[in-house]
Design a protein around this ligand. Structure first.
Ligand code: IPE
Ligand code: IPE
Ligand code: MG
Length: 251
């Protein structure tokens, strides 16, 4: 029986975002095709979802497919879309059990039609739940900024936004994440120390945690390790340590 994470951490982030990397290398290490690594990666999502429930995490975002991942071999892209479809079909009960709503960020309309239909079905059947699983699908910060700029230009043209009043609040309301808190902790697995176009604006003040484990090996012990590291971080938001000790942190 595994050790429960409930009540184990005094500082629990509101939002954890994970770059699930290293499926291909995991497969290679085990002499298996890349797709087998992706399959194991999906299995691991289930156990990390459980961990998120145990710590009562408000938002868990998983980077599942980037706007640049279309450049992979066609067979791999197709296999990833099939796995996503299987995931949505088989894991819906788990979302209900854990009272988690599904939503996505990214250019959803460019995904295969049947995947879009499944996503919309699961999003609507789980909409009433308090906690959120965000799947970043066909997501990239740069296209997100382009889409936000288009929305802002349309607002200016419609006369609903005066460019002189444009500030971060109005801009961030045009990002895909407009209704989500910023991530407090970004985890990347597989030992790579880069963000690969993931939540670049939203992670401005996130703590970053790099794990050497490939995603299929990133188990509950590793997840707990990331949270332990988060406990020790001092988030200063541009201020000094002394100031932070005296005043409450920004929400
Ligand atoms: C992450 O694993 C999954 C996706 C990007 C879809 P990778 O497929 O990137 O695995 P590596 O980086 O090649 O090991
Ligand atoms: C980032 O991983 C995308 C996902 C985890 C979905 P990649 O494997 O695509 O990133 P790079 O290419 O190594 O930077
Ligand atoms: Mg990779």
């Amino acid at each position: 029986m595994h050790e429960q994470l409930t009540n184990r951490f005094s500082v629990v982030p509101r939002h954890i975002a994970i770059i699930m990397d290293g499926n291909g290398r995991w497969a290679k290490q085990h002499g298996l095709p890349r797709i087998e690594g992706h399959r194991r990666g999906v299995i691991n999502v289930e156990s990390i979802l459980e961990c998120a429930s145990e710590i009562n995490l408000e938002v868990l975002t998983l980077f599942a497919f980037s706007s640049e991942n279309w450049n992979r071999p066609r067979e791999e892209v197709d296999a990833l879309m099939n796995l996503l479809s299987e995931f949505l079909a088989s894991k819906e009960p788990l979302l209900h059990k854990n009272r988690v709503k599904l939503r996505t960020i990214g250019r959803k309309h460019e995904l295969p039609e049947r995947v879009v239909a499944q996503l919309e079905q699961v999003e609507s059947s789980t909409a009433q739940y308090p906690r959120t699983l965000v799947l970043a699908l066909n997501y990239g910060s740069r296209v997100e900024v382009v889409d936000a700029a288009r929305k802002l230009i349309a607002m200016v043209q419609a006369g609903t936004l005066d460019p002189a009043n444009l500030d971060w609040d109005s801009l961030s309301r045009c990002l895909y994440t407009s209704d989500l808190p910023d991530p407090d902790l970004v985890i990347r697995t597989s030992g790579e120390s880069r963000l690969s176009n993931f939540l670049l604006l939203q992670a401005a003040y996130a703590e970053i945690y790099y794990s050497p484990l490939n995603w299929p090996d990133f188990d509950r012990k590793a997840f707990a390790g990331a949270l332990e590291s988060f406990q020790k971080r001092e988030r200063r938001y541009g201020m000094t340590s002394e100031q932070i000790a005296k005043r409450p942190l920004p929400a």
